[in-house]
Write a protein that binds this ligand. Structure first.
Ligand code: NUP
Length: 224
């Protein structure tokens, strides 16, 4: 338990507005990227690629360098989402991402098993083909379930703005910046609290420099 407390927040720059999406397969590559950028980001978000290759234990290993958010996009019955969430907590996850279209009971089960972990629910996606017709209801369900934050697209301004208007103080984290065409400053101005950036950073020749470039573009434009 003490180990978990120690790893949480120890190294991460809480002021950073960037969540790094670490979508690689290879263990050493993942650890090296985490070591390089961990101190400069709010959190590192991992997804199925790195888990399928390495197993859940990598959450604990990566937690040495940053808060880890597990983007598992849970979408199942209450018992199954509880079992998955419990495992993520056991391995020191900082946060977990769940879908919300499965409804209140399922999302409540995630929040309950998450304990101190932050739960973020997807209410709109960066994929243009996402079915946005129930976004308003998804936000309502999310609030009722007691999630910490919402996932809303940083590359689709209309939907990001709409989510922000209905979010009532829930944190908004936004993918879609960089490789998917979204602009970091626009996303922040429209209401994202944190932007999620993957390929633009890990595919660049200088991941740390690229990350710092994103950070300074926020600081330059938003602090004026
Ligand atoms: O709507 C979403 N869009 C999206 O890209 C919800 C997500 N969770 N993501 C994830 O964010 C996606 O799976 C990937 O891990 C990251 C974006 O990465 P990139 O496009 O910056 O490389």
């Amino acid at each position: 338990f003490a180990y978990l407390l120690y790893t949480h927040n120890k190294y991460t720059t809480m002021e950073s507005k960037i969540i790094f999406a670490l979508d690689v397969y290879d263990y050493n590559t993942a650890m090296e990227l985490a070591r390089t950028v961990g101190e400069k980001v709010f959190a590192i978000k991992i997804n199925w690629p790195v888990i399928l290759e390495n197993g859940i234990k990598i959450v604990r290993d990566l937690s040495k360098y940053a808060n880890i958010i597990c983007d598992f996009k849970l979408a199942d019955i209450d018992n199954t989402v509880s079992m998955i969430t419990t495992k993520v907590k056991e391995y020191g996850g900082y946060g977990i991402i769940s879908h919300s279209f499965t409804g209140l009971n399922s999302l409540k089960a995630v929040v309950k098993s998450a304990g101190n972990m932050k739960v973020f629910s997807v209410v709109s996606m960066s994929q243009e083909s996402y079915l946005d017709n129930i976004t308003e209801e998804l936000i309502k369900i999310s609030r009722e379930a007691g999630v910490y934050g919402l996932v809303a697209p940083g590359n689709r301004p209309y939907y990001l703005k709409k989510v922000k208007e209905l979010s009532e103080g829930l944190k908004i984290i936004s993918p879609g910046v960089g490789a998917q065409g979204g602009d970091i400053v626009n996303a922040m101005l429209l209401g994202s609290d944190y932007v999620i950036i993957g390929r633009s950073i890990y595919n660049s020749l200088d991941p740390l420099g690229t990350l710092e470039g994103f950070s300074s573009s926020i600081n330059n434009k938003l602090n004026k």
